[in-house]
Design a binder for this molecule. Structure first.
Ligand SMILES: [Zn+2]
Length: 363
């Protein structure tokens, strides 16, 4: 019995100690004192943080200070006796005057980022966010914090700025993202990159994620394996009347010789209007990625390719709408621009940036 206890005791001790550090290990390989240009609720500022293993770590009070008075605001209390940090969503933040203390950017000794010594409660519930203790203050991984509080956060690569709390361009905007074809409708077929519906879904779902992260409301017309009839998609557009309908397709031609990116725009804007403006922006971003650009198309009739019906449905309810055809997947060279996940992400990013610019131009 004694020997069993002796064997169990170290394990028991480990079990008691380990949970304290298991979720919050502060052993980092790389560290940087960071001065991060950041757009918070539309206000451009410098966020003083630490970049630990390439992840942004921030103090709760700094974030609370930036977000004070907004819907995403929260209050922070510190219980020194119990070593508990309490974050209350919607609470009014009481500034200390020491928030976002400037520091020089540059290398930082990662061994100075210590394991956390406090428990975090969010609205009274224990929260496990990756965190560490630097110079007496707790720092939390920004990505975890924003996820826990449902605060949009994303990196705007074009502007080289972090965006917290949503981009004002997307405030109160609803975008319907339509991944063309799907399920039993495979769309065009490429001997190099497979079924069109798979590419459409990959780009559309990534685009939807980017839009949501930027604070946009997104409605997707289909799930990954769904077969959704065109008439049902048209009904969705008419019922929702979103601020924008984006339909993602990839092209093919009868001759298998056509190339380039094509955007089809809602027919009501043929002689100028928001859909045509967006189509031009999409063309510019696609061109910046090296894509040859074809003329913007306005199709009044189905011409046997019935997905144009979506644009007709959008025109019925005056919803700006475009269909993107980033490449001809039945062409050996054109298909090369959609043959890796990274290239599909680049395509989604180009669409995202065009939509962002477009919404900005409207507001
Ligand atoms: Zn298609």
């Amino acid at each position: 019995m004694k020997s069993r206890l002796c064997k169990l005791l170290p394990a028991l001790v480990l079990c008691l100690i380990f949970p304290l550090f298991a979720q919050n290990s502060a052993a980092f390989d790389t560290a940087l004192c960071h001065t991060q240009p950041t757009l918070i609720k539309g206000q451009e500022t410098i966020f003083y943080s630490y970049l630990l293993d390439s992840e942004n770590y921030v103090r709760l009070r700094d974030v609370a200070w930036f977000l004070r008075g907004t819907d995403a605001g929260f209050s922070v209390q510190w219980d020194d006796a119990q070593r508990i940090v309490s974050l209350t969503t919607g609470g009014a933040y009481d500034p200390l005057g020491t928030e976002n203390t400037p520091h020089e950017s540059g290398p930082f000794d990662p061994s100075l980022a210590l394991p956390p010594t406090a428990q975090l409660l969010i609205d009274g519930q224990p929260a496990e966010l990756s965190s560490c203790l630097i110079d007496g203050s707790h720092y939390y991984r920004l990505r975890d914090l924003c996820a826990a509080l449902s605060i949009p956060v994303w990196w705007d690569d074009a502007r080289r700025i972090a965006v917290v709390g949503g981009d004002p361009a997307f405030e109160n905007r609803t975008v319907m993202v339509d991944a063309g074809h799907g399920g039993s409708d495979i769309g065009a077929v490429s001997q190099w990159v497979g079924y069109e519906e798979r590419l459409n879904y990959a780009v559309a779902s990534e685009l939807a994620g980017m839009l949501r992260a930027a604070g946009c409301r997104v409605v997707e017309t289909r799930g990954e394996f769904d077969t959704v009839m065109l008439t049902d998609r048209m009904a969705q557009v008419r019922a929702l009347c979103p601020d924008l309908l984006l339909s993602v397709h990839h092209n093919a031609s009868d001759s298998h010789t056509a190339t380039g990116a094509t955007v089809l725009a809602q027919v009501g804007d043929e002689y100028g209007g928001p859909s045509k403006t967006l189509a031009e922006l999409l063309g510019a971003y696609f061109a910046s990625q090296g894509r040859p650009i074809n003329d913007i198309l306005f199709r009044k009739n189905s011409l046997g390719r019935d997905y144009y019906g979506l644009l007709r449905a959008a025109a019925d309810v005056s919803v700006p709408a475009v269909i993107t055809e980033y490449a001809f997947i039945d062409h050996p060279e054109d298909s090369c621009c959609v043959n890796t996940p990274e290239k599909l992400t680049a395509e989604a990013n180009a669409i995202f940036l065009a939509v962002r610019d477009w919404f900005s131009s409207l507001s």
